[in-house]
Design a protein around this ligand. Structure first.
Ligand code: BEZ
Length: 232
């Protein structure tokens, strides 16, 4: 959907270790990868020394009118301050530039989130809020339009995602569930994951494979001159 063209300039928001950035660059595109994690950027620079990577906060990007396209995959659900992020990447786009992204949408990991919250409640007596931003199509379209971007495509769809191995869900919790694990003493982390697995097994474990109940929001929007002046 990004369809990068030779000579275009593309900003990869939340580029992580740079694998997708490199695929975009392989189209002859002038691509710039940014990520909030210095460790990720270091890995990206080591793996792809010919590409440009910088540490940056998506909510406070330093670019103005610089890119033909802004791309992002599996990152924007980590940024709860969506208005700030959208305003920052809208500013980074040239007029008629496009934004193409996919991330977790309304209901993403709904069952996993409920099981993590239930385990926090049952073990620690805590009501723990979600650390993630999962907007609906209408909600996110409103945020984009307020920043002068015209939505040309948006869809929300289920994408159950297999997690590798019998310990797949446990590994997912270790990798992404730090917000919840931090509320539980380290000695009880094993019991925490056991409870989450027990609650989710009937719904998310099928024929020996764990599935994460991902729902993706996929969106394309264009920075229009008229909308830009309307929004300012
Ligand atoms: C995802 O939908 O890609 C995701 C959601 C929560 C944590 C990590 C990844």
């Amino acid at each position: 959907m990004l369809d990068p063209k030779p000579g275009e300039s593309v900003l990869d928001l939340g580029c992580g270790t740079g694998h997708l950035t490199a695929q975009i660059a392989a189209r002859g595109t002038d691509v710039f990868g940014v990520d909030a994690s210095a460790a990720m950027i270091e890995q990206a620079r080591r793996a792809y020394p010919n590409l440009t990577f910088e540490v940056a906060d998506i909510r406070a990007l330093p670019f103005v009118g610089r890119f033909d396209a802004v791309f992002s995959n599996a990152v924007l659900h980590w940024v709860k301050e969506a208005e700030q992020a959208v305003a920052a990447f809208a500013r980074a786009l040239q007029p008629d530039g496009r934004f193409v992204a996919e991330f977790g949408g309304r209901g993403n990991v709904g069952r996993i989130l409920a099981a993590l919250q239930a385990a926090c409640r049952d073990m620690m007596g805590l009501a723990v809020e979600s650390p993630w931003y999962y907007p609906s199509v209408a909600e996110y379209a409103g945020v984009l339009e307020a920043a002068g971007l015209e939505v040309t495509y948006a869809t929300l769809f289920d994408r159950p995602t297999p997690l590798e191995g019998e310990a797949g869900l446990r590994h997912w919790i270790d990798m992404f569930g730090g917000h919840f694990l931090a509320t539980v003493p380290a000695a009880q982390h094993h019991e925490f994951s056991r409870r989450v697995e027990e609650q989710l097994r009937p719904a998310l474990y099928r024929e020996g494979v764990w599935f994460a109940d991902y729902r993706r929001l996929r969106v394309v929007a264009v920075k229009r001159h008229a909308l830009v002046s309307d929004a300012s």
